[in-house]
Design a protein around this ligand. Structure first.
Ligand code: G3P
Ligand code: MG
Length: 248
């Protein structure tokens, strides 16, 4: 089951823009992408923002933790300067603002729930509850216009399931473990999201034969993308939106 676009721009704009920013979403859209993956974490005051790392230092300068910082303060931080000076001043965006942009531009969203350590339950709950509000006008069967949650955190996905049972979920597993099917069943997932490096044709077949969507991250080589698609993979995200077109 994969009613979604096949190729997603990873973290918004892949290698062409600072990850998890509105500028990245605009970049992905400008390259013709109609689907994105991005990471969502909670601020100190429980506001979902786009962020990959729980600590500062890589994409925002300085020292500190996202979970110790108010959303209003995160929004003042520069999430673009690390990438290049042309993006200096690009703020950390609120999840709600990115949803608004994507919906306005017809971009489908794979929302990766990325809890800071210790905040798994809370992050899953709040991201799902906020999403219920942001997508309240979308019918439950209109999955192409609802986001797809994914997370490496089983706890976060279970919390999302309780808070917003009708928003679809996918389980992220870096390497597919033998208990994958039981986990997908328990969390009510529609798809398995895995690292393409550890996928085999047999594993792909097993997942597809069980009736699940199969998604891979992060595929930056066109030949490899073609290979996993032959194995039955339904969709993948890429950093190389310059090399792998949306219509691949
Ligand atoms: O959701 C797929 C992929 O984004 C998972 O890894 O670390 O890039 O968020 P990461
Ligand atoms: Mg991610």
């Amino acid at each position: 089951m994969w009613p979604y676009p096949k190729v997603l721009a990873h973290r918004g704009g892949g290698v062409l823009a600072p990850e998890n920013t509105l500028a990245a979403m605009k970049c992905g859209a400008a390259h013709g992408f109609t689907a994105v993956e991005f990471d969502v974490m909670l601020s100190k005051d429980g506001v979902p923002v786009l962020m990959h790392d729980p600590e500062f230092g890589r994409t925002i300068t300085g020292r500190g933790q996202v979970a110790d910082t108010l959303a209003a303060d995160l929004q003042k931080m520069d999430a673009g300067a690390w990438f290049n000076s042309g993006y200096k001043g690009e703020p950390v965006p609120l999840y709600s603002d990115v949803v608004c942009f994507c919906r306005q531009h017809g971009i489908w969203m794979n929302v990766e729930i990325k809890p800071a350590p210790g905040f798994e339950e809370e992050t899953g709950h709040i991201v799902a509850a906020r999403s219920s509000e942001l997508f309240a006008d979308i019918g439950v069967s209109d999955v192409r216009h609802l986001p797809l949650f994914s997370s490496f955190s089983f706890v976060a996905l279970m919390a999302a399931k309780r808070a917003a049972p009708t928003i679809p979920r996918g389980l992220l597993m870096d390497e597919i473990t033998p208990d994958w099917k039981a986990k997908l069943q328990e969390v009510g997932a529609v798809s398995l999201h895995t690292n393409h490096k550890y996928l085999s044709p047999l594993l792909a077949k097993n997942v597809k034969d069980a009736g699940y969507g199969l998604f891979c991250y992060t595929v930056n080589d066109a030949e490899r993308a073609a290979e996993i698609l032959r194995w039955g993979v339904d969709g993948f995200c890429t950093d190389r939106i310059d090399l792998i077109p949306a219509g691949f």
